[in-house]
Design a protein around this ligand. Structure first.
Ligand SMILES: [Zn+2]
Length: 367
């Protein structure tokens, strides 16, 4: 086993101070590998505020795929590798002497962004930073969670009730949606009264499955929503039949759809954009009509990135409600587990090729 590990440095450190991690060399495509790194210590966080977390599960998504393709991602200063993984779930193993918020045995999910220098960073809304340089664990300038242990400040660790441990790995993706919807409601206070009646979520399909019936459409039906494939019916037509939509959450990764969504958005409606599109696609849009619709309809479009702990806490509440309202439903989203950090190649392959994958995740350690 050990001969396949990169960055091996066991001679200077005893075995229990080392741990495995899945990493890439940022800037070079297809460099995903397993390496040994130093196990973090609670003392690394100043003021006795360190929390040592044993990682149990880590979800992966398109971001990890794109980082491995060297489309973005940067190593922390002083390192030439980046530990992947931003969707974490773990259990507290030890806390520093000044930590009162968490104790060993607590289940936690870690937030992703870490503060920069702007005013927004300083008031704990680091997801709203105006700095050009931002810090994200597992993505940009900070190591991620696809490893055995992490250490962090309690500010960035959100407690998850034990009753949600089986779906705790969904916390980070949930937080992104929570922020998008919370931002929409915050903005809509402009209307004094806002009672959205119809919502559309764009981007709920899975790889290689674009026609019903399949897992996604069945799952969506089970919570009383309707699944519509854009292969069969356009957004404009869907809006005619089922809309107009007071809130549209756009998460397809296909930017032309943003403009179609603007066009069909209801009067006083809000469009929330949460998908990252790194390309340079250009399309022709009915600019006059979209502009006119926005002006005459008092419409809003807002972008939303990442999340801070407030949205993770909302996520805990909504995942709890979901589990009570539809017992067992959330677990069905966890379609593709991959056991063990050493199976990093299988993890990546599953992420890129598995048909019907909703959530691919690494079982780093048993729950
Ligand atoms: Zn993610």
């Amino acid at each position: 086993m050990t001969q396949t590990l990169a960055g091996l440095d066991v001679a200077t450190d005893s075995k229990d101070k080392r741990m495995k991690a899945i990493a890439v060399t940022p800037g070079k495509p297809n460099t995903i590998h397993l390496r040994e790194v130093a196990k973090p210590r609670t003392e690394e966080v100043p003021g006795g505020r360190g929390v040592l977390v044993k990682i149990l599960r880590v979800g992966v998504d398109g971001t990890d795929k794109e980082i491995n393709a060297a489309e973005y991602g940067a190593a922390p200063p002083g390192d030439d590798y980046l530990i992947l993984g931003h969707e974490s779930f773990g259990r507290v193993e030890a806390v520093g002497p000044s930590v009162t918020e968490l104790k060993p045995g607590d289940f936690v999910a870690a937030t992703v962004r870490r503060p920069g220098l702007s005013i927004y960073d300083q008031i704990s809304t680091y997801d709203m930073t105006t700095d050009d340089t931002y810090f994200e664990r597992g993505i940009n300038l900070r190591h991620g969670f696809l490893t055995e242990y992490i250490v962090d400040d309690p500010e960035y660790l959100v407690r998850v009730p034990e009753g949600l441990r089986h779906v705790g790995v969904l916390m980070e993706p949930t937080s992104v949606v929570e922020k998008g919807i919370a931002q929409a409601y915050e903005i809509q206070r402009r209307l004094r009264v806002w009672r959205p009646r119809r919502a559309a979520v764009l981007g709920a399909s899975t790889l290689g499955l674009t026609k019903a019936p399949y897992l996604n459409s069945t799952l969506i039906d089970q919570v009383g929503a309707r699944y519509v494939s854009t292969e069969e019916i356009s957004l404009t037509e869907a809006s005619r039949q089922f809309g107009p939509f007071d809130i549209i959450l756009e998460g397809t990764g296909f930017s032309p759809l943003v403009f179609e969504a603007m066009d069909v958005l209801a009067k006083n409606g809000v469009l929330v954009m949460v998908s990252v599109t790194g390309g340079s696609r250009k399309v022709e849009v009915p600019a006059d009509r979209i502009n006119l619709g926005f002006v005459l309809g008092n419409k809003v479009a807002v972008g939303s990135v990442n999340a801070n702990r407030e949205y993770f806490e909302m996520g805990v509440k909504d995942l709890s409600t979901a589990e009570l309202a539809y017992p067992g439903w959330l677990s069905k989203l966890l379609t593709h587990p991959v056991k063990g950090l050493e199976n990093y190649q299988e993890l990546l392959n599953t992420l890129t090729t598995a048909k019907g994958a909703i959530k691919v995740y690494c079982e780093v350690a048993p729950l």
